[in-house]
Design a protein around this ligand. Sequence first.
Ligand SMILES: [Zn+2]
Length: 282
Amino acid sequence: MPELPEVETIKRGLEKCIVGRRIMKVNILCDKSFRGKPELIVGKTIVNVRRRGKALLIGLDDKLTIMVHLRMTGQMIHDGLERFAAGHPGREFTENMPGRFTRIYIDLDDGSHLYFNDLRKFGFWKVMDELDLATDEFLNKLGPEPWEMKANDFYVMLGRHKNAPVKAVILDQHNIAGVGNIYADEGCFYAGILPWRKCGDLGKEDADKLLEGLCRVMQASIDSGGSTMKDYVRADGTKGNYLEKFAQVFRREGCECPRCGGEILKTRTAGRGTHYCGGCQK
Ligand SMILES: [Zn+2]
């Protein structure tokens, strides 16, 4: 599932290829994937690409915005002189478009196209008035992102969920935005905390270290072009290798812990596959 660092990667990639382009035509191949009136965005110019949590915001002139949710399997592919493809990794990155899973595509004034693919159809585009962004139900519920949070506020937030496992609390987008499964496990490893520890058991130092860990792993992922399960393609066409680069525990069960030499184990916490070191996480 595309997580915050992947959506940030898409944002940065699209910024370079679609800002300044005018939308000539909107092609909707699946009604469920498009919310709002397509005719509103025809003739409009793309003025910016932003991100809020895992939502991508394509800003248009006349104070309109297309909010894009990639959900489980969304992909954004821009076919211009070069191809930019990102999101849920798959063969579509290098195949001809529109493809089998293309749900929406738009024709741009330079002859290029922006495609939205979504195998499972949970993702969508929504045309919104800029003013409605402030009151959007989804955007409003999002907590601050890790790097927007002060250490003390993070500690206080954890303290509001004393009896809940730390992993469940940091995965909840209301509490802190953008922490996905990989980053929750890596953040807990960094801090030396078992993911199912109750938040109420954590001291200020644990909390500080956990926030620091979340910021570090997510920033490192953004710097490396997002996380990849198999073949994530970056803006320059190369494949990202986030997990190989710095995942210490995620998908490494059975391996040796790089910190203590103990065994990396896998269990379930907060309903999610959870990786941890049985030796040095307490
Ligand atoms: Zn260890």
